[in-house]
Design a protein around this ligand. Structure first.
Ligand code: BGC
Length: 735
């Protein structure tokens, strides 16, 4: 094209034109080197300034992990380069803009998912986007849509649990929040659905290892949340580190090009995870050298390459030698330019607006972090109404490594990245409320604090001090779990018992005889049958974020009526996994007392969907509007839910479906709808839930999809546990 408007300004700089027109004008002006440069994403943290500046002159597309002042310097350098293409700065802002000191830090995705509240997730994403743009960043590597089955994996906290419907709803909400209605608006950033796809299913919980997932398994279980993200307009997708059934995600043409781009019509950017292309050579060994890996990656449908510097020379050489068609580079570059035009980066949005930093961590944002923490609290056990604590509980022993530990409260990706070498971020202590802070701040409450032991170092302990605190107290609040040092990327575990000396600590506290309330502050489910049996009450909020201590204290004293429900199942023992609720029938267990393992019941300690309240709910009158439906119909279900206790509350009503006979095996139940219902004490409501019958489609062995006629069970209740569910049935007929 190479046209210029009348005043000699290149068309691509004319903000009155559409992003498509501008990209079409800019692309032909670029050399092959500049186009490949746009495909490069490099870590700023790992390079010296001279090297970074050279990359800017080459037209680098994106940096991650870059401090604000450096962003402004590099953006100026880019603006004054030959074509003036802005740089897209990216960050792992996955539960708030957490790697920026002083930002608002929400519960981790796992914590927040317990609220079953997509609208809240959307608000978290919106606030995160606002804070990111204030610091010159326009691309978050979030939401994490991984769905796992093995909690030994180090990154369980980053997920929304074990259910595809919940993950899909959170995906759509996150995209709405990050990207808003208009990407060019001041507070919008690109979302990134990751890790595409199957990453959390690595065998044995081994990070970035192989998964056994076939294309059918991917398509029926693991791709639907990603598809929802794509339908919501998610601007980018990140390929996982792992190989599925022998094919590394970044080499998977079926996944990236055929499914995502062609079948789903995705016109955004795919980005590799960190050096995925190098890994095709040195880890997965499916390519003999980097040149072959780069060719494979280009053909598979990768557009941006995270931290693979050697990609630059190899891609240029491959095109020059005629081994790779230049249209592949053009397509990738066009998508990257489009994203930059859509974001408005060529226009007013290139630099953060004056005064924008004031909104980072502002009081209004922190208030939403508190709301999120409150909705994340899950009451797991409450024997004899131990909770809420009464006014007579004046002296509280607050013990355990999670009681006053900022890192455990804020969770992973709040201090630094395993990948980046740029030092630890610190957050202002006064913004953070630990359980200990919150309880000490309560009028009329006397707190004796003793940590007792460390959460991972077994030798670091002073159990006697904790026991001493417990002796003089009316109640013990023991905050146990894990620590950021024993989970996270590349930090898997072989067992799921409470690490360090925490079990000994709990047993010593229990022996004192003071009522024992256990608060699990952790990145994942631990195997705590002893806690279930011996504690008087148990709460969790996973890693609840900057205001987590306040929310937990409010729940302990009943200022807050817990409403969260688990989005994953707690195993009794590590060997019982996978213990997710979507079990299959057909386990030969004839001689087992338990109808499961010989030495253990098959059921989880606490199942998916479980969560108690300080009030009681009853479910009655489960009804279907129609019981014979075609695949074009919508199943409409009603159930009467009554709050028959003495407190107002919010109940999360769950609907599961079982396909009785199908040509491929299906789980015994699958969540198909849910509703959050606010009920005042004594109130009864008829709750209506709907399921489109076409959503019950199966993926068949040839990868086609069909709703098969036949009978289905409908189960509605407060958790996934059979005993908790009312049951009825309907038939799908052909037509
Ligand atoms: C992680 C990604 C992350 C990227 C950039 C990788 O190691 O797997 O989730 O977005 O690093 O920090």
């Amino acid at each position: 094209m190479h046209k210029r408007s009348n005043n000699e300004t290149p068309f691509y700089l004319d903000s009155a034109l559409s992003p498509e027109q501008r990209a079409a004008d800019l692309l032909p002006r670029m050399s092959l080197e500049e186009k490949v440069g746009q495909m490069m994403q490099l870590s700023r943290g790992r390079k010296d300034a001279a090297e970074v500046d050279e990359w800017v002159q080459r037209g680098v597309g994106s940096f991650l992990q870059t401090p604000l002042q450096e962003i402004i310097r590099l953006q100026k350098l880019a603006e004054n380069s030959r074509l003036g293409i802005p740089i897209l700065f990216a960050e792992d802002a996955i539960h708030g803009h957490c790697l920026y000191p002083g930002a608002t830090i929400f519960p981790t995705q796992l914590g927040l998912s317990s609220a079953w509240n997509p609208e809240l997730f959307e608000r978290m994403a919106r606030i995160t986007a606002l804070e990111m743009t204030a610091t010159g960043m326009f691309w978050t590597f979030s939401p994490v849509l991984c769905m796992g089955r093995d909690w030994r994996w180090g990154r369980v906290d980053e997920t929304c649990g074990e259910d595809g419907l919940l993950i899909a709803d959170m995906a759509a909400a996150a995209v709405r929040g990050y990207q808003g209605d208009d990407l060019s608006a001041p507070g919008s950033v690109l979302a990134c659905a990751k890790h595409f796809a199957g990453y959390a299913m690595s065998a044995g919980g081994r990070d970035a290892y192989e998964t056994p997932l076939s294309r059918r398994a991917l398509k029926s279980e693991f791709l639907p949340p990603f598809r929802r993200a794509a339908e919501a307009g998610c601007a980018s997708f990140m390929a996982g580190y792992q190989a599925n059934d022998g094919v590394p995600a970044s080499a998977d043409r079926w996944l990236l090009r055929e499914t995502l781009c062609e079948e789903w019509g995705f016109d955004g950017i795919t980005v590799t995870d960190w050096d995925n292309v190098g890994s095709l050579v040195h880890r997965q060994q499916v390519c003999a050298d980097l040149r072959q890996a780069v060719k494979t990656a280009l053909e598979a449908g990768n557009h941006m390459l995270m931290e693979t510097p050697g990609f630059y020379e190899e891609a240029i050489a491959l095109v020059r030698d005629g081994e790779v068609a230049e249209v592949l580079v053009d397509d990738a570059c066009r998508r990257i330019l489009l994203a930059k035009f859509r974001l408005g980066l060529f226009d007013a949005k290139r630099y953060p607006p004056d005064g924008a930093l004031e909104r980072v961590g502002c009081a209004a944002h922190q208030a939403v972090a508190l709301e999120a923490a409150r909705e994340s609290v899950v009451l797991l056990e409450n024997k004899n109404g131990t909770l809420p604590l009464g006014a007579d509980m004046r002296r509280i022993a607050v013990v355990g490594p999670g009681a006053d530990d900022v890192e455990t409260l804020l969770g992973d990706w709040s201090f630094g990245s395993q990948q980046a070498d740029n030092g630890m971020v610190t957050h202002p202590r006064e913004n953070i409320v630990t359980v200990c802070d919150a309880l000490k701040g309560r009028a009329g409450t006397e707190v004796a604090y003793a940590r007792g032991c460390h959460a991972f170092d077994k030798s670091d302990r002073d159990i006697e001090a904790a026991v001493e605190a417990a002796r003089g107290a009316d109640v013990v609040v023991a905050c146990v779990g894990d620590h950021v040092k024993n989970h996270g990327e590349a930090s898997d575990r072989a067992d799921l018992d409470l690490p360090g000396a925490q079990q000994e600590l709990l047993e010593a506290l229990h022996a004192v005889g003071t009522p024992l309330v256990v608060v699990l502050v952790a990145s994942k489910p631990h195997t705590v049958p002893w806690v279930q049996e011996h504690a008087d009450a148990v709460l969790t909020a996973f890693n609840p974020g900057m205001k987590g201590g306040q929310a937990i204290a409010e729940a302990l004293f009943g200022d807050l009526n817990p409403q969260g429900k688990l989005t994953l199942s707690f195993p009794r023992h590590v060997g019982q996994q996978p213990v997710n609720y979507q079990q299959f029938s057909g386990w030969h267990a004839w001689f087992s007392e338990w109808n499961g393992y010989y030495d253990m019941p098959p059921s989880p300690l606490w199942p998916f969907g479980h969560g108690l309240s300080y009030t009681e709910y009853t479910y009655e009158n489960l009804k279907l509007t129609e019981t014979r439906l075609t695949s074009n119909d919508v199943l409409a279900v009603t159930v009467d839910v009554t709050n028959c206790g003495g407190r107002d509350g919010v109940e999360i009503v769950q609907l599961y479906i079982n396909d009785r006979v199908s040509s491929v095996t299906t789980p015994v139940k699958q969540l198909r709808a849910y509703a959050r219902v606010a009920l005042a004490a004594g109130e009864r409501r008829t709750v209506q839930l709907e399921v489109a019958v076409r959503d019950l489609a199966l993926v068949l062995p040839d990868l086609s999809e069909a709703v098969e006629p036949g009978w289905f069970d409908v189960m509605v209740g407060p958790s996934s546990r059979n005993e908790d569910l009312l049951k009825t049935e309907f038939e799908v007929i052909a037509g």
